[in-house]
Design a protein around this ligand. Structure first.
Ligand code: URP
Ligand code: ZN
Ligand code: ZN
Length: 483
C-alpha cells in the first residue's frame, strides 16, 4: 500500500512567506508532508516548471441571489465552475435578507442551493432590515452555525441601513463574535447627485462615476470607522476604490483599530474612462463604488504593498449584458441609475492580478499568495484549513504556469455571463490545474469538479476579530455597563 494518495512532484511551492522547491504529499484530502523523497503514492502529479500556490480564497462573491429585480446570471453551479477555472477553491457568498423578510429563511434556502457548489464555501449574512427578531434571534443562531461575518450597506435603496441601524447591527455582531463587512458610500449625496444629473439629462453610463464620486466613499468610510470605533467592533471595508478611502483606513490602523480593507482587481485595472465606451458598452463597467483614476490605481498598489489593504477579491456580481434581465433590465440604453451594479470577475481575479502584480514586478510571489488566499482565509476564520500549504491544511492548490500567456475571452471565464470586462486582456501567468482537497477540479481547459463536490465551511470564533476592549468613554454601550 502506498504511503500517500498523491505526491505533487518537482514544483516550486509558494506560501505567504516563502518560495521553495519541494514535493507535496496528500492523504485523505489534506497536506500530509512537504519535502523531498517523501515515499510512495498511488498517483504522482508532475509539477515540473510550475508554481504550486494555495487555492484562491475569494471572500466577496455574489451567486444566485434572488429577488433583486435584475437576475444574477451565475448559480452556485456555474459560479463555482468559474472559480475553479480561475484557481479559486473557496468562496464566501451572501445570504441576503430580503427587506421585511427573514434572514434565517434565506440562509436555509441558500444552504440548499449551495449544495451544487464545486468548490468549498461559507456565507456572509447580509442584514437589510435589523429587526429585534433578526438581531437577537436569527443572527446569533446563524453565526453560531458558522456564518461568522455580517454585511451591511450604507447605500442602495431597499438594502441600506441608516446609522442607528448600523450601530444596532455592529453591536449584535460584537456580542456574537462576527466580523462586519461594509459597503461604504454616502447614500444621500449619491441620491442627490443622481437627481441633479438625471434632471440635466446626463444619464449615459459615464455619469455613474459623477453620481458616486470618491468623496461619497471617503465620507462613509470615515463614518463607519468612527461608528465601529465607538462600539469597539472590528470591520472590513469592502471594495476600496482609491486613495482617499485607503488613507482613512491607514489612519485608523495607525490608531491601532481593527479596520481592514479589501480592494478588487477591477479597481487596479479599470478606470472611470471605461464607462465612456461607445454606445451602451459602458454599462458593462457599472459597479459600485465606480472605478477611479490611474493615480488611484497607483495609490492602491502602494497600500497593497504596505499591507494597509490586505485582500484582493473579485466582488463577482454578474448580470448578463445583452439581456432584458441583466444590464438592459430598464431598457437599451437605460439611464445609468437604472442599470444593475456589478460585474463578473471570479475566474479573472488571479490571472489578472498575477499579470499586473507579479509579472509586471509590482508585488512578489508571497505577497500575491497573501492577498488572494492567506489573508482572506485568516480574516474570515478559514485559516489554516484554507489559505495555506502546510501539513494538516486542506490540499487545495493550483499548478500555476508563471509564463503562460492567454488572451482572455468570455468562454474562458466558464461562467453564466455573456461578457467579461477583460475580453482581449493578455495574461502572463495562468492556472494549468486546480485541486480541491487533493482532487482535480480544473484541468487547464475543462472544469472537472462535480457540482456538489464543494463543502460548507463553518467558521468558529477566532482571535483575529476579538474586540480591543477599548471604548471612547468608560461605558461599554454594547453590554450597557461601565467598564
Ligand atoms: O457593484 C457592485 N459592487 N455590486 C455588487 C454588490 C456590492 O455592492 O457589493
Ligand atoms: Zn458592495
Ligand atoms: Zn459585492
Amino acid at each position: 500500500m502506498a504511503d500517500y494518495d498523491s505526491i505533487v512532484r518537482g514544483g516550486t511551492i509558494v506560501t505567504a512567506s516563502d518560495v521553495f522547491l519541494a514535493d507535496l504529499a496528500i492523504k485523505d484530502g489534506v497536506v500530509a508532508a512537504i519535502g523531498s523523497d517523501l515515499g510512495t503514492a498511488a498517483e504522482i502529479i508532475d509539477a515540473s516548471g510550475m508554481l504550486i500556490l494555495p487555492g484562491g480564497v475569494d471572500t466577496h462573491v455574489h451567486l444566485e441571489q434572488t429577488g433583486l429585480g435584475p437576475e444574477m446570471c451565475d448559480s452556485w453551479e456555474s459560479g463555482t465552475a468559474s472559480a475553479a477555472a480561475g484557481g479559486t477553491t473557496t468562496v464566501v457568498c451572501f445570504a441576503w435578507q430580503p427587506k421585511g423578510g427573514s434572514l434565517a429563511a434565506v440562509a436555509a434556502d441558500y444552504r440548499i442551493k449551495a449544495q451544487k457548489a464545486r468548490v468549498d464555501y461559507s456565507f456572509h449574512l447580509t442584514v437589510t432590515d435589523p429587526t429585534p427578531e433578526v438581531l437577537e434571534v436569527e443572527l446569533p443562531q446563524l453565526i453560531a452555525e458558522g456564518c461568522r461575518s455580517v454585511k451591511v450597506f450604507m447605500t442602495y435603496d431597499g438594502v441600506r441601513l441608516d446609522d442607528r441601524q448600523v450601530l444596532r447591527t455592529l453591536a449584535a455582531a460584537r456580542r456574537n463574535e462576527a466580523l462586519v463587512c461594509v459597503h461604504a458610500e454616502n447614500h444621500d449625496l449619491i441620491a442627490w447627485l443622481t437627481e441633479q444629473l438625471v434632471s440635466a439629462e446626463l444619464t449615459a453610463p459615464k455619469f455613474h462615476a459623477y453620481a458616486k464620486p470618491m468623496i461619497a466613499e471617503r465620507e462613509a468610510v470615515y463614518r463607519i470607522i468612527s461608528l465601529a470605533e465607538a462600539l469597539d467592533v472590528p470591520i472590513q471595508i469592502f471594495h476600496v476604490s482609491g486613495a482617499q478611502s485607503a488613507e482613512e483606513i491607514a489612519r485608523a490602523q495607525a490608531r491601532g483599530l481593527k479596520v481592514w480593507g479589501e480592494t478588487c482587481v477591477h479597481y487596479l485595472t479599470l478606470t472611470a474612462e471605461d464607462l465612456d465606451r461607445p454606445g451602451f458598452e459602458g454599462a458593462k463597467y457599472i459597479f459600485g463604488p465606480p472605478a477611479r483614476t490611474e493615480a488611484d490605481q497607483d495609490a492602491l498598489w502602494g497600500y497593497l504593498k504596505r499591507g494597509v489593504i490586505e485582500v484582493v477579491s473579485s466582488d463577482h456580481s454578474p448580470t448578463r449584458f445583452d439581456d432584458p434581465k441583466g444590464k438592459k433590465f430598464a431598457g437599451d440604453p437605460a439611464p445609468f441609475n437604472k442599470v444593475p451594479n456589478g460585474i463578473p470577475g471570479l475566474a479573472a481575479r488571479l490571472p489578472v492580478l498575477f499579470t499586473e502584480g507579479v509579472s509586471k514586478g509590482r508585488i512578489d510571489l508571497p505577497t500575491f499568495v497573501r492577498l488572494t488566499s492567506t489573508n482572506p482565509a485568516k480574516l474570515f476564520g478559514l485559516f489554516p484549513q484554507k489559505g495555506s500549504l502546510a501539513v494538516g491544511s486542506d490540499a487545495d492548490f493550483i499548478l500555476w504556469d508563471p509564463h503562460k500567456a492567454v488572451t482572455l475571452t468570455n468562454a474562458l471565464m466558464h461562467h453564466g455571463g455573456d461578457y467579461t470586462p477583460y475580453e482581449g486582456y493578455r495574461t502572463q501567468g495562468y492556472p494549468v490545474a486546480t485541486f480541491l482537497r487533493g482532487k482535480p477540479i480544473f484541468d487547464g481547459e475543462t472544469v472537472v469538479g462535480a457540482a456538489g463536490g464543494g463543502r460548507f465551511i463553518a467558521r468558529q470564533p477566532y482571535p483575529m476579530i476579538a474586540p480591543l476592549q477599548r471604548f471612547p468613554t468608560p461605558f461599554n454601550a454594547v453590554e450597557g455597563k461601565l467598564t
